[in-house]
Design a protein around this ligand. Structure first.
Ligand code: AFP
Length: 334
């Protein structure tokens, strides 16, 4: 193994990167820096926990059928405990909490955090990739927040990111000025910059979707996928599906192509949550030059009506996303 000091990435740790971000802004309060640093601590804590899955009893399968896996609750607790200490988080919207979580100490805190503490839970026991997603929104209202406040369309997403726990632990972050990737070096316990100013390919050659739902899809989606498989004179696409949105999104971001979870007859609005998953990843893909749509509207422009609403999603390379939209439009005109 190469000496860590020889690593070309050793000069830029995530901690240093976060600190540099702060220096770009005139009205520095340190709160944003502290918040991002906390997300880094969360990533390390969840990563450390997942490395022991299967070895440690409490992280295992649910005791009763239909009981959520304990590990989801632990991941959520890690987020809540660490974020609550920052002093700037008012409320947290978590995929695993039916209600908005008030941070008692700092209810008026200026940030709202949307989180999916553990995405792709069913992959965990098998040692397959899984992840966490977060979005940081700046509140427009300085009063004690309510649910309505959490849904206020004027709240501005100022940062988002995800952690992927796979063969390595990866942290991808945007603060609204491009997208950067960091990998955790377990030898020194630091995230190091490994991909700077990521740009997604204009067009890829792979699609990522659960084709098991094919019989339940609209004709537009069926036809789109059919054309990727049997293209007229062009090369066919490859199919890739991890079953964890973070894993599928990460590959799409780095290699180009499209990830989609369309609505279907059983789930007209798909399965994936708008606030805790789709908006944070849409912010990232947009920052990387990509696109994200529900088939009609840009995901970032959808005004949420409830904290756990789901949405169909088509996300990835701009040309690929546009092509799906063309199929949807064509079928609507018929
Ligand atoms: P879990 O976290 O319950 O495993 O769900 C994962 C997920 O929300 C998302 O990460 C995947 O892309 C999607 O569901 C997979 O859903 P299908 O099994 O319906 O394809």
């Amino acid at each position: 193994m190469a000496n860590i000091i020889q690593s070309p990435n050793y000069h830029m740790t995530l901690s240093k990167f976060i600190f540099n971000e702060e220096l770009k802004h005139e009205k520095i309060t340190g709160e944003f820096t502290e918040l991002l640093s906390s997300c880094q601590t969360i990533a390390k804590a969840i990563s450390a926990m997942l490395r022991r899955v299967g070895l440690n009893e409490p992280y295992g399968t649910p005791e009763k059928e239909k009981e959520p896996m304990k590990i989801q609750g632990i991941a959520q607790d890690i987020f809540i405990k660490i974020l609550s200490e920052t002093g700037s988080v008012g409320i947290i919207i978590s995929r695993f909490s039916p209600k908005v979580i008030d941070v008692e100490k700092t209810k008026k805190g200026k940030y709202i955090l949307v989180i999916d503490p553990l995405d792709g839970v069913t992959n965990i026991e098998l040692g397959l990739p899984t992840g966490s997603i977060f979005g940081i929104m700046l509140r427009v209202d300085s009063r004690v927040p309510t649910v309505e406040d959490a849904l206020n369309s004027n709240n501005k997403m100022v940062a988002s990111g995800y952690m992927m726990y796979g063969s390595t632990t990866i942290f991808v972050l945007t603060t609204g000025e491009g997208v950067n990737e960091f990998i955790l070096d377990p030898q020194i316990g630091e995230f190091l910059l490994t991909d700077k100013a990521i740009r997604i390919a204009e067009k890829g050659m792979s699609y990522s979707v659960n084709e098991g739902y094919l019989a339940l899809w609209d004709d537009a989606i069926k036809e789109y996928i059919r054309e990727r498989k049997f293209p007229d004179k062009k090369k066919h696409y490859t199919a890739r599906y991890v079953g964890s949105m973070v894993g599928d999104f990460h590959r799409t971001l780095k290699r180009g192509g499209i990830f989609m979870y369309p609505g279907n007859k059983d789930q007209p609005f798909g399965k994936l949550e708008l606030m805790s998953k789709c908006k944070p990843l849409a912010f990232i893909v947009t920052q990387a030059g990509g696109a994200a749509s529900d088939g009609h509207t840009n995901i970032l422009e959808i005004v949420p009506k409830s904290i756990h609403q789901t949405t169909p999603i088509f996300i990835g390379s701009p040309v690929d996303v546009n092509e799906v939209l063309e199929f949807v439009e064509k079928h609507q005109k018929r």
